[in-house]
Design a protein around this ligand. Structure first.
Ligand SMILES: NC(=O)c1ccc[n+]([C@@H]2O[C@H](COP(=O)([O-])OP(=O)(O)OC[C@H]3O[C@@H](n4cnc5c(N)ncnc54)[C@H](O)[C@@H]3O)[C@@H](O)[C@H]2O)c1
Ligand SMILES: N[C@@H](CCO)C(=O)O
Length: 353
């Protein structure tokens, strides 16, 4: 049985949900996936840091409901977060980065990933910052250190898009995409269609764990802009930066705009898109669009996301699923670890042959 020691950087909704799944699902994963996850370190801005080489009990971690600095009460714990020491010295095979996304420069998460990869530790992350802003550098570091950098949850949460497009759609020639790539804003638009005001709808999304620490990123399109950059760079071979992508959000849409669209047989949606132009350049955009009800994206509700990949050989291929949610996103981290496990197992088999 393979055991992966993991270090959690950030212990908020997503990494807490991963710990909950570890507490509940380990026997199933051992049977079905061939590995077990052992939490050997956690570092969180508010809770502090803790290292336990033999492993921390996931159930205790989740149920303890620590106050600020609470990790200081644990053996091997401190009331202060010391990410660099944890990442560089914890006996972890995999660093799980799930701290706040910083849309400006991706820090400190970019540094977290850099430290981990340079310490020959795999990185799995749901943080869009490092993936949108430093993917080329971090992928090169991963290769140089013979480890993996996986980030399925950076776009559409646990819904498979990045690896699916790269592996299962290889050769289909993706020429562009358009999608609903932010669960919070789509949830807000749907609740406004039901008559709720904007602020209350945002507050509901926050309570459900969908929204960013600063929900401005959700409703002004900055979160979608990062995802457009990630998908364009991953699937279209672009080298976009966030500032290359035009960006408008939904905060200027009034209840009357929403009602008028319904009367006209349409719905407002925040759409992220990118297209390869005739000259080979890639144009990315984030904008609210009034979609006719028969549009493939018009029927997407709540925190669900959907992306239509425009391919040369298949035409449009649409993937839809949860775009936000604590457990749904924790699953993305598990899917990253499964990808690492399968790659490692294949390598061992090749070496043994
Ligand atoms: N929640 C979702 O549905 C979802 C989906 C996809 C991606 N993501 C991304 O995953 C990441 C985590 O999301 P979340 O919902 O768990 O957020 P969260 O706000 O619930 O938790 C983030 C945690 O990180 C900690 N943190 C922040 N900065 C830190 C630092 N410098 N060092 C150590 N700890 C730090 C905070 O104390 C907090 O506990 C974010 O980047 C988010 O954009 C979230
Ligand atoms: N706040 C983001 C989380 C997923 O990246 C959203 O609502 O889609």
């Amino acid at each position: 049985m393979k055991i992966y020691n993991i270090a959690l950087i950030g212990f908020g909704g997503v990494n807490r949900a991963l710990a909950e799944l570890i507490a509940r699902k380990s026997p199933l994963w051992e049977r079905d996936l061939g590995f077990r996850l052992n939490i050997v370190a956690v570092s969180d801005l508010h809770l502090g840091s803790v290292i336990s080489p033999n492993g921390l009990d996931a159930k205790t971690l989740v149920e303890a409901n620590f106050a600020k600095g609470g990790f200081g009460r644990l053996s091997g714990g401190s009331g202060e977060a010391d990410n660099e020491a944890i990442i560089k010295t914890a006996p972890a095979d995999i660093v799980v980065e799930a701290t706040y996304t910083n849309p400006a420069d991706g820090e400190p998460a970019v540094s977290h990933c850099r430290w981990a990869l340079n310490s020959s530790k795999h990185v799995v992350t749901t943080n869009k910052g490092p993936v949108a802003i430093a993917a080329r550098e971090l992928k090169a570091l991963a290769k140089a250190n013979n480890v993996h950098f996986e980030y399925e949850g950076s776009v559409m949460s646990g819904t498979p898009v990045i690896r699916m497009a790269e592996k299962t759609l290889a050769g289909a020639e993706v020429k562009g995409f358009e999608g609903i790539l932010n669960g919070t804003s789509n949830f807000v638009l749907c609740r406004m269609e039901e008559g709720l005001d904007f602020a209350s709808a945002v507050a509901e999304a926050q309570a459900l764990g969908y929204a960013e620490a600063d929900p401005t990123a959700d409703v002004e399109g900055f979160d979608v802009r990062l995802k457009v950059v990630i998908l364009a760079n991953e699937l279209l071979g672009a080298n976009l930066k966030p500032e290359d992508v035009s960006c408008n959000g939904i905060s200027k849409l009034s209840p009357s705009d929403i009602q008028a669209a319904a009367k006209a047989g349409s719905r407002w949606k925040l759409v992220g898109s990118a297209v390869r132009n005739a000259d080979g350049t890639i144009t990315g955009s984030v904008a609210p669009k009034q979609l006719a009800l028969e549009h493939p994206l018009a029927g997407v509700n709540g925190a669900t996301n959907a992306v239509s990949l425009n391919t040369e050989l298949l035409g449009p291929v649409t993937v839809s699923g949860p775009g936000a949610g604590r457990v749904e996103t924790a699953y993305a981290l598990l899917s990253d670890i499964v990808a690492i496990h399968n790659a490692q197992s294949a390598n061992f088999a090749k070496e043994a042959a």
